[in-house]
Design a protein around this ligand. Structure first.
Ligand code: ZN
Length: 507
């Protein structure tokens, strides 16, 4: 009988080396986005490819396979946490092994060609230039799905990579409920006589004061600057090299201080999750989120539910007046609150407000499932896109750059990624309903800028579990109910009935 504890120790050790390489890759990517001189790109590409190859080889080698094969059959000899680490590693390994290396290479090559063509196609708004590459990415993704295996739809095999256990069949009724009620809400908002005047926002906002304010809010949220830092980048992101080194970036809009604020708070929400992952399992796959949807729930909780609340602006208006002398003397907390929550159906997903955001996701979900299931072809995408934009958002798409070419995901072959954004919204509202029951003083703590109780609640119910449980289990255990769209719809309908009343009333 082998000594399972010593085999487990070997696995733990080996995973540590592999995760070190993954984090080194992340560090090199962070450097590429934040500091690297432009001419470093060529060598950086080679360095990243070399390390990624090394990581893949170590993770799928004979030693790893034999350790996992032995341990997965004897989890009764391990603690529940140890068994979870074996289970999660086995899951990743099975996925890694199922796809032949030839397909991995083909996919990577096609991805980089598709990306280059997408950049040009978007710049010139020329879908036909991207169309053959979209077709290739769809074909390769379908091939990938066949290797991975699925029960109902090949789309499920792809979605599973981002949201374990989720399927197109489970998503459809959720998205139908969202589409119906959110479209109706957007129509009611458009008819409200109370459209906010946000012209006061269009001023020059000192950039270092903006950064300073973002850092103060991050500190108040509980983001540990001793275990992280904030920099500037074109696209804001969060990256992790360890639970004690979680970095974020933001971007500054000199004419709209709310833009950097929401980026910083959003990434700060992701970063708080990463800083709160189980430290005992650092350097292993367990110190990670079980799904992108759950990760996104943390960023959206802080960005939208807290950072776009009225108590939040009541708290921070005096400080904003100090940082931007003379610029906010006339503005009230209500003005800030209404400006941060203005609703306007628009063409671009990343600029969308809370009421319309999911509609952008649902449109993409419907198109990408049809592509992967083979009921439409790449050439049909622009027409379908524009028709759905009209139905869901009532807007006319002027060109493909502002339509089906706006996102990078399909050029990357990331089919199944979009739904996680909407799921993040749903999870965040469901967690909030429960947190408000558990913390009766919820909005008072926000108005005091004292977020430690909220953070502790999230640490206890979400962060500390890492991948010990999947996202549905985490939601169920935290709230007593399975994931549902109802709390999010309730949250939206209540909040926006006050912001956009049909009849005169005070906000
Ligand atoms: Zn995010």
């Amino acid at each position: 009988m082998p000594d399972f504890q010593s085999l487990y120790a070997q696995l733990f050790e080996k995973l540590g080396e592999i995760v070190d390489i993954r984090h080194t890759l992340a560090l090199m990517q962070w450097d590429q986005e934040v500091c690297m001189p432009q001419k470093g790109a060529f060598a950086r590409g080679l360095q990243l490819a070399t390390l990624a190859g090394l990581e893949h080889r170590l993770f799928t080698d004979a030693e790893m396979r034999s350790l996992i094969d032995t341990l997965r059959g004897h989890t009764e000899a391990l603690s529940p946490e140890q068994a979870a680490l074996v289970r999660e590693t086995a899951h990743d390994l099975d996925r890694g092994i199922k796809i032949p290396e030839s397909l991995v290479r083909l996919f990577a090559e096609a991805q980089s060609r598709a990306y280059e063509e997408w950049v040009e196609a978007r710049r010139t708004s020329d879908f036909r230039r991207f169309q053959p590459h979209l077709k290739t990415m769809v074909d390769l993704s379908r091939e990938k799905a066949e290797f991975l295996g699925y029960e109902e739809s090949p789309y499920d095999a792809l979605l599973d990579e981002y949201e374990r256990g989720m399927t197109a069949t489970k998503l459809r009724p959720i998205f139908d409920a969202l589409a119906g009620r959110q479209s109706a809400l957007v129509a009611r908002i458009a008819e409200s006589p109370y459209q906010p005047d946000v012209s006061w926002l269009d001023q020059a906002w000192n950039e270092s004061a903006q950064l300073c304010f973002c850092e103060e809010v991050l500190r108040d949220m509980g983001y540990d600057f001793g275990a992280g830092r904030q920099d500037i980048s074109v696209h804001p992101f969060t990256t992790t090299f360890d639970v004690q080194d979680v970095r974020i970036t933001t971007r500054i809009n000199p004419r709209d201080f709310l833009s950097a604020l929401s980026s910083s708070i959003h990434e700060g929400g992701h970063a708080l999750y990463e800083q709160g992952l189980p430290a005992a399992f650092r350097r292993t796959p367990l110190a990670d989120a079980p799904s992108l949807g759950l990760h996104e729930s943390q960023s959206r909780f802080w960005e939208n539910i807290i950072g776009r609340s009225h108590p939040f602006f009541r708290r921070y208006l005096p400080r904003l007046r100090e940082l931007f002398p003379g610029q906010l003397d006339e503005a009230t907390s209500t003005d800030l609150y209404r400006a941060a929550n203005r609703v306007a159906p628009s063409l671009i997903r990343v600029d969308a407000d809370e009421c319309t955001y999911n509609l952008h996701v649902i449109l993409r979900f419907e198109i990408e499932t049809a592509l992967i299931e083979g009921s439409i072809r790449a050439e049909h995408v622009p027409e379908l896109w524009n028709a759905k934009m009209k139905v869901y958002l009532g807007v006319d798409v002027p060109d493909d750059a502002h339509g089906c070419l706006q996102d990078i995901h399909w050029a990357h072959g990331s089919f199944g990624y979009f739904p996680t954004y909407a799921l993040g919204n749903l999870y965040s509202a469901q967690l909030t309903e429960q947190a408000r029951k558990d913390i009766p003083d919820f909005w008072n703590t926000v108005e005091k800028g004292s977020f430690s109780e909220l953070l502790l609640w999230l640490r206890e119910h979400v962060h500390r579990h890492g991948r010990m449980k999947n996202s549905a289990e985490i939601i169920q255990d935290a709230t007593g109910s399975p994931p549902s769209p109802e709390p999010f719809l309730r949250y939206l309908e209540e909040k926006y009935a006050v912001l956009y009343p049909a009849q005169p009333q005070s906000v």
